[in-house]
Design a protein. Structure first.
Length: 214
């Protein structure tokens, strides 16, 4: 057997590889989405409701939006929302959640290739980083820094846990500090008490500010 044939044999099918849309298409199509919450985390609601009153720009990105529960809430709270997911099945679920009243943008796009018209003032993290294999984490940090202007915020719920196998893939606080610390400063960190069972007791609400001057 040639090296190429051996590699092909070892390669997992697309629906078993979380870095590909097929993995998430299968789970959304079959309704197997235990990471999806039935409500927007209270800490995120409190933060976003307070911050929208202070923000000079209200452009928010929700990457890996899934069923778009957070995007729908943010839209109603007065944010200019862009929600995106690279899974067509997830986007279809999101479209059902958002309905015709949604005033933002819903895109089927890859976070790592997506190019907005202007930087965002806020990016919301919710079960996105923990969906990514470890090899994509450096790209996550780089893109977050690219998509936010200095002084703007990455805020949301992070799965802080010693869980290597996934998804969800856990990350220790030390690893998260190292991942984001070059470009961001941690401004808030608190426990989350209304997580879905798959995350219970292992989520933190955090606010990271992009370094630099506006």
């Amino acid at each position: 057997m040639s090296a190429a044939e051996q590699l092909a044999k070892q390669e997992k099918p697309a629906h078993q590889r979380p870095e590909l849309p097929d993995f998430w298409d299968k789970r959304f199509s079959e309704g197997v989405t235990p990471w999806e919450a039935h409500c927007v985390p209270q800490a995120l609601r409190e933060f976003a409701a307070a911050h929208v009153q202070q923000a000079t720009a209200r452009r928010v990105l929700v990457p890996g939006c899934g069923s778009a529960l957070e995007a729908a809430w943010l839209d109603r709270a007065g944010w200019e929302v862009t929600a995106l997911d690279f899974s067509a099945a997830a986007v279809e679920r999101a479209r059902q959640t958002l309905g015709e009243a949604f005033g933002g943008r819903l895109l089927c796009a890859d976070f790592f290739d997506f190019v907005p018209a202007a930087p965002f003032s806020l990016i919301v993290e919710r079960a996105f980083l923990c969906a990514l294999p470890r090899k994509l984490r450096a790209g996550y940090a780089r893109r977050m820094a690219e998509l936010l202007a200095p002084g703007c915020l990455l805020a949301g719920v992070f799965f802080v846990a010693e869980q290597l196998k996934g998804p969800p893939f856990g990350i220790s606080q030390e690893e998260l500090d190292a991942l984001l610390g070059d470009a961001f400063t941690l401004r808030d960190d608190r426990p989350v008490h209304d997580s879905p069972p798959v995350f219970a007791g292992r989520e933190r609400f955090q606010v990271w500010e992009k370094k630099g001057t506006r």
